[in-house]
Ligand binder design. Structure first.
Ligand code: GCO
Ligand code: MN
Ligand code: MN
Length: 412
């Protein structure tokens, strides 16, 4: 192939995108509760050690492009759209106004707002720092985000306390820090109750998001399980208002099984919001788009969520790779991520309706013929053949993933 001139590259990408086929229409995509973060589309590729590879993109462009793709919901950090120095000031009001108009014009809704408590120098010692002034500032920030959320009609507020931890041991007293952090959440919930009452709106669902490592060396609330323990520990004044926003990759990062982490959140009634992406075990937060690394595991995750009637948002919290251009972010990255999600979600429906999987799981639950249940040998023998069904189910899931259940075969 001849070198491709710059002027022809977008057309080439677009021709190959069409050739891929299988794209859902924007109308179809809008039927799913899929949200697109401002920060994901605006990410310039400037991760640690990397210079940006893309130009900045403002909320107007992001909202317009999400609308064209068919992403029906938009999410944001406070400082993704409002400069830190304008927070709580008149300028904030006019920006929020413009956001509201832009959402309306393009038919999107804001589903979630989140407070940036990790980037600015003020958070060097975390939002739950020793200094009462930093903590007062943190309370102001989360309360302000609650107000922005109500203004924009959001239902969820997310908190990622990634800066809650330390680099050098012993400088931070963990129980004290966790209580101080609870203070910020309590301020947000109490303010939410007052604002919701005034606005005749339901209160927001406040969702904690864990990440096991980064940006601190040691993290005080590293997993969704740690957060469940925190919610139920007695330090929150409104634990009923606080739930979880697990992120798929964050559970994988510590070596956990995301599906099991989600199951524990479901049992606790706290699975309210879900950040969807992909990546690798025991690596840094690579934030790859959903389904590009672990499609079989993703299929199983969605089987679990479908079977428990999870009806919260699926938030596309990934980072378009540095190799993707500004136009590629909206021409390739987001539409393909959305379409893989929809495909996996529908495949999860196939799994739940599959007669072979149903037969196999029914048989496993029925068990073997009655024997003396105090006799280990007899109980083992009664199930010996039945248990081969575990591997058979695994194979069937693979078949569904690749479409073999619909007759797709290969031969030499
Ligand atoms: C990450 C985090 C963030 C949070 C966001 C919302 O991967 O760095 O997941 O993207 O989701 O800050 O609070
Ligand atoms: Mn996230
Ligand atoms: Mn992440």
């Amino acid at each position: 192939m001849k070198p491709v001139p710059s002027s022809k590259q977008q057309a080439l990408v677009s021709r190959l995108m069409k050739a891929c086929g299988g794209a859902y229409s924007p109308e179809t995509r809008r039927k799913y509760y899929i949200s697109g973060p401002q920060w994901a589309a605006a990410y310039q590729g400037q991760a640690l050690f990397h210079a940006p590879t893309r130009q900045p993109v403002g909320f107007e462009d992001v909202i317009r492009e999400y609308a064209k793709i068919g992403i029906g919901y938009w999410t944001t950090h406070d400082t993704d759209v409002i400069p830190t120095e304008a927070l709580g000031k008149d300028e904030q009001g006019s920006i929020v106004d413009r956001i509201g108009k832009s959402l309306k014009k393009h038919g999107l809704k804001c589903s979630m707002v989140t407070t940036e408590t990790f980037f600015h120098a003020v958070w060097a010692a975390s939002p739950a720092a020793e200094s009462p002034q930093v903590r007062e500032y943190a309370a102001f920030r989360v309360k302000n985000t609650v107000e922005v959320g109500h203004e924009l009609g959001a239902q969820f507020a997310v908190y990622w306390p990634g800066s809650l931890g330390y680099y050098t041991q012993g400088a931070v007293e963990e129980t004290e820090t966790l209580k101080w952090y609870a203070g910020a959440l309590n301020a947000a919930c109490e303010h939410d109750i007052a604002v919701a009452k005034k606005k005749h709106r339901p209160t927001l669902k406040h969702c904690l998001e864990a990440k096991p490592f980064e940006p601190q060396a040691e993290i005080l609330l590293p997993t969704s399980d740690a957060m469940l323990a925190f919610i139920f520990s007695g330090v929150l004044t409104h634990p009923e208002m606080v739930g979880l926003n697990p992120e798929y990759l964050h559970e994988l990062m510590w070596g956990g099984a995301p599906r099991a982490a989600l199951a524990r959140a479901l049992l606790a009634g706290k699975l309210w919001h879900f950040d969807i992406n992909d990546g690798y075990r025991l690596k840094h937060d690579v934030d790859i788009a959903v389904g590009l690394v672990n499609p079989l595991d993703w299929l199983n995750v969605l089987v679990l969520l479908r079977s428990h009637n999870y009806n919260g948002p699926f938030n596309l919290d990934y980072k378009p790779p540095r190799t993707t251009s500004n136009s590629g972010v909206f021409a390739v990255s987001f539409p393909t991520a959305v379409d893989r999600f929809i495909t996996l979600w529908e495949m999860a429906g196939d799994v739940l309706a599959d007669p072979i999987i149903k037969d196999a799981t029914d048989a496993l639950k029925a068990g073997g013929e009655p024997v003396d249940v105090r006799d280990a040998e007899a109980v083992t023998a009664a199930h010996r053949e039945l248990l081969s069904l575990h591997e058979l189910v695994g194979h069937r899931l693979f078949q569904i993933l690749i479409g073999a259940h619909r007759g797709r075969t290969y031969s030499v």
